[in-house]
Design a protein around this ligand. Structure first.
Ligand code: ADP
Ligand code: MG
Length: 596
């Protein structure tokens, strides 16, 4: 506590965080708190997830409030509802001994009228998602004219999610005299642009190297055939009986499919993705937090910023395209100084991606063999034995124990153990008595049989080729390019997918997609709807190079030649590789049979 005190925090707030078990400030907190408490500086803070950013800005900002004034003085913007709620809760905890401080969270997906009523009661700190705050501003239901401090939390993610325009709008609505504090795990160009445009005289601080994951996380990987990825996942889970993990997948389709399989295999799990209603999300998160779910299967966006402590593992069922996403994923474990494991399950195609991540992270992934059946059983049995040994006999057992003793009288200790274990683990022992060895030979791992690898390489090279899709919603449905982008961001299997022109017509919308991102693209929209209208996605054109697309009027030479039919077929074939395992059955799209 001494150290927190030295940073300039007052008694009542110190007491609040003492109750939370905070003892010493984290590096970010040490650097940020004095800046916010002190001179009127703006701030850009680059720090990984789990480093304690919320308290870094939260503590000094609530201390600086003037609660004799009934106006919003602090505005905190954050990308998702979950994060908002989390920040709100954290602030309320910090202010436990300052009942005069009013904190309110506003976010989309719930009734706006209730939030308007809450706003009318008077608020000092408003925590908001950009979209909902814009709505509120436009309805003149919120007054941010007296805001003195604006926090942009997870700025990179807010921009990733397409909130750029909203952010600009909001920042323009706040007084010029405000201070702005920007927090981000990564510093892509768009974040730098926001910082340049809206921050003045900003101090820059960063903790740890850029893009470096937390040090308490070890990174391991399993390399198997694409068709064995699920079985590997299943074994990895079975082999860690105390696992409490998030499994990251690319699309909500993948999330659903994996949950379905894991549940069938008796593992308590559920999915978290953008298609759930708020009530459903809350319900899933509640069960996960209460540890009634062992694993949560989530898409990146849905799980962004979730503050779940004690995760033992983060599992990358697919490696993300970019290192930033990987950093965010692995940053979910190893929080607050605890140890965590970030697991990647990859096929030979993904080896290159793994190396790229290693290079930027400056961390080595440790190769692990997929556990054999025996290892899984041993892990489960010993865990069970430890649990039994740790159990304290309950007094209420007294009444029955004599009868129980008599029942088992004839058995030796060894026989009793055998019986109990067989009863408890019969199914598991049987299942794992003879399972296939999923490990690849060393040669296979090095890509000696890199058929899949070569195919994917070819696709990496062949960029600048676009194809056009059409969806069955348009102007009449109130569909905007932003809706399209957010649907794509949420669902597309590949992050940073390049989208060419978007043309919105009365009843449909046409848009171009870089063919590099097409793997699994269509399947991801199968269960998507817009305002209740199920999306029907049709590919309207064969692939062409941008050179040919002069009617799109970009005037840029994108190079590359038009693909002929053979090349096209090749592409089709390659699409049936890696990811196809978890997609649904064949589906007729626009009259063409698409092989999946
Ligand atoms: P970030 O926003 O950087 O991802 P959070 O602010 O959500 O991280 O903090 C991560 C976790 O660490 C939270 O559970 C928080 O309560 C805890 N924490 C933060 N600061 C401290 C501290 N000084 N001492 C102990 N725990 C802390
Ligand atoms: Mg945070």
């Amino acid at each position: 506590m001494e150290k927190f005190k030295e940073l300039g925090l007052e008694e009542k707030i110190l007491k609040g965080i003492e109750d939370l078990g905070f003892e010493t400030p984290s590096p970010v907190q040490e650097k940020v708190i004095p800046v916010i408490l002190g001179e009127e500086n703006d701030l850009v803070a680059l720090a990984q997830t789990g480093t304690g950013k919320t308290a870094a800005f939260g503590l000094p900002l609530i201390q600086k409030l003037d609660t004799s004034l009934n106006e919003i003085q602090v505005l905190i913007l954050s990308p998702t509802r979950e994060l908002c709620v989390q920040i709100g809760k954290d602030l309320q905890n910090y202010a436990k001994y300052r009942p005069d401080i009013q904190v309110l969270c506003v976010y989309g997906g719930t009734e706006i009228r209730k939030q308007i009523r809450e706003l009318e009661k008077g608020v000092h700190v408003l925590v908001a998602t950009p979209g909902r705050l814009c709505d509120l501003i436009k309805r003149q239901a919120v007054n941010i004219d007296h805001v003195r401090s604006v926090v942009l939390d997870e700025a990179d993610e807010m921009l990733n999610m397409g909130f750029k325009e909203d952010l600009n709008f909001i920042l323009e609505e706040t007084p010029d005299s405000r201070n702005t504090y920007l927090f981000s795990a990564t510093m892509p160009k768009e974040v730098e642009r926001i910082a340049r445009n809206y921050l003045h005289n900003a101090k820059e601080i960063s903790t740890g190297k850029k893009n470096q994951g937390a040090d308490t996380v070890s990174h391991v990987y399993y390399q198997v055939r694409a068709k064995d990825c699920y079985e590997t996942l299943h074994r990895v889970i079975d082999c860690a009986p105390d696992m409490y993990a998030i499994i990251f997948v690319r699309t909500k389709m993948d999330a659903r499919e994996i949950v379905r399989k894991l549940q069938k295999d008796g593992i308590e799990c559920d999915a978290l993705h953008g298609d759930l209603s708020q009530a459903q999300r809350d319900e899933v998160m509640e069960r996960f937090r209460a540890k009634r779910l062992k694993v949560l299967v989530a898409t990146d966006v849905a799980a962004r910023g979730l503050d779940v402590d004690n995760l033992t593992h983060v599992i990358n069922f697919n490696l993300p395209e970019d290192v930033e996403s990987y950093t965010h994923r692995s940053g979910r474990t190893g929080r607050a100084g605890r140890e965590g494991v970030s697991v990647a399950i990859i096929n030979s195609k993904e080896k290159g991606k793994l190396h790229r991540i290693e290079k930027i992270l400056k961390k080595q992934f440790q190769y692990l063999e997929v556990p054999a059946g025996e290892a899984v059983c041993r892990a489960q049995l010993l865990y069970y034995a430890d649990k039994i040994m740790a159990a304290e006999p309950k007094e209420t057992l007294d009444k029955y124990q004599q009868e129980l003793f008599e029942k088992f009288e004839a058995l030796t200790k060894e026989e009793l153990i055998q019986k109990i274990v067989s009863y408890e683990f019969g199914k598991l022992l049987k299942k794992y008595a003879s399972v296939e060895d999923l490990n690849l030979s060393e040669d296979e791992r090095r890509g000696g049989k890199g058929k899949e690898g070569r195919r994917s390489d070819r696709r990496e090279e062949s960029s600048n080729e676009f194809t056009t899709f059409s969806v069955n919603v348009g102007k009449e449905d109130g569909f905007t390019p932003r809706d399209l982008m957010s649907i794509i961001n949420e669902n597309a299997p590949r992050k940073g997918l390049e989208i060419g022109s978007i043309r919105i017509f009365e009843t449909n919308t046409k848009f171009e997609v870089d063919i590099r991102g097409l793997n699994g693209f269509m399947s991801c929209f199968r269960n998507v709807s817009f305002n209740g209208l199920p999306f029907t996605l049709t590919e309207v054109k064969d692939r062409y190079s941008r050179e040919r697309g002069t009617d799109r009027g970009r005037g840029r030479d994108f190079g590359g030649g038009r693909r002929n039919a053979t090349a096209n077929n090749k592409w089709r074939k390659s699409e049936s590789g890696g990811r196809a395992r978890f997609s649904e059955k064949k589906k007729d799209v626009g009259g063409k049979k698409r092989r999946k």
